[in-house]
Write a protein that binds this ligand. Structure first.
Ligand code: UT7
Length: 323
């Protein structure tokens, strides 16, 4: 059966790098607090109207296609995972298709918050297994900075903007096993309301339209759910922890990653991280990290990688794949 094999990666961060000290000039925070609670030192944020969800996505996609050695007409599917698209319609995926000239590709967006990239990757894998298509572009991209309340120190220090992309091809190698899940009953712990309905029949007051979060609940959810998810996935594939070359987790917080590593009784070297430089880029964090690992020569053919995302929805997902 054909599965999804990653044959190229790419990423793009906005030019502007914002340090913790920069943030402390307009919210009551400090480099020491942010570093000790999250491990974040800096993040990239869009700083002009020329940098958008679309432009970040297209740059990451172009790099992934160059790395894979394919051209846009080879693509038959484009999936974009995002919660911060520039338009409600057209989807970011359709806009990427236009920019790349990938006219043979079906294109749509998918929202599973910070787990979005893996949900999209699993969808591609399912399309490949069903024989629907052969070559797909999967992008995780966010400009979260537009849905953040920049006066709320409890959230604004955590997030960053960016995009990561992979090209996946139907192959007899690649994806080994995957799982995903959702718990909509706990959705209120990470919320961002869409625009208010202002039709003539609805009278609403001004409602908050920025991201709000119960940080401690999200933290507890992730450190419980991710190790469970990893153990289940390994059981499904009949592999054990020692066979995994790297665990690439959603980059939300260094303490969270350390606590998951501890629960699994594994050394931190098995958990590469870039949250210190990128902050939490939601759906983009796993493909950005994967691209960094690939470009810096950390991955070898045959490595077994375990990717795991968790976040808003609530949602969680994990993929086990051969590089
Ligand atoms: O993709 C998933 C997205 N979500 C996450 O990654 C969130 C996961 N949660 C976390 O990472 C942590 O819960 C946070 C980093 C968000 C918060 O860390 P915490 O250790 O849970 O801190 P806290 O919320 O308990 O706040 C402790 C104190 C509070 O002050 P008081 O009440 O003790 O006086 C906060 O007001 O820290 C204060 N505080 C800050 N101080 C300086 C909150 N944010 C800041 C800040 N700078 N930026």
């Amino acid at each position: 059966m054909m599965r999804a094999k990653i044959i190229g990666t790419g990423s793009c961060l906005p030019e502007k790098c914002v340090t913790n000290k920069d943030l402390s000039t307009f919210v009551d925070t400090s480099d020491a607090w942010i570093q000790s609670r999250t491990g974040i030192r800096e993040r990239h944020l869009v700083s002009s109207e020329a940098e958008t969800t679309l432009t970040l996505a297209v740059h990451a996609a172009e790099k992934a296609m160059a790395d894979a050695g394919i051209c846009s007409k080879d693509l038959d599917l484009i999936l974009v995972a995002t919660v911060s698209s520039d338009f409600i319609t057209p989807s970011t995926a359709c806009m990427v298709q236009k920019e790349l000239g990938a006219y043979h590709a079906a294109a749509f967006d998918l929202n599973a918050a910070c787990s979005g990239f893996l949900f999209a990757f699993h969808t591609v894998d399912a399309y490949f297994q069903a024989g629907i298509c052969q070559t797909a572009l999967v992008i995780g991209v966010e400009t979260l900075s537009k849905i953040i309340d920049w006066s709320d120190r409890s959230t604004c220090v955590l997030f960053g903007d960016g995009a990561g992309a992979v090209v996946a091809k139907a192959s007899s190698r690649g994806m080994i096993a995957s799982l995903q899940g959702s718990d909509g009953s706990r959705g209120e712990i990470l919320l961002c309301k869409n625009r208010t309905n202002n039709n003539p029949f609805v009278s609403t007051g001004k409602e908050p339209d920025y991201l709000t979060m119960d940080g401690q609940e999200v933290f507890k959810f992730a450190v419980k759910k991710v190790p469970e998810c990893i153990e289940n996935l390994l059981g499904q594939a009949d592999l054990d922890l020692s066979q995994i070359t790297y665990f690439l987790l959603h980059q939300a917080n260094h303490r969270m990653i350390a606590s998951i590593a501890r629960k699994l009784n594994l050394p931190m070297e098995k958990f590469p991280s870039n949250v210190d430089r990128c902050g939490n880029t939601s759906a983009a964090s796993i493909p950005i990290l994967l691209d960094e690992m690939h470009r810096t020569g950390k991955l070898s053919s045959g490595d077994i990688l375990l990717l795991s995302g968790f976040g808003g929805g609530l949602t969680w997902a994990a993929s086990l794949l051969e590089w």
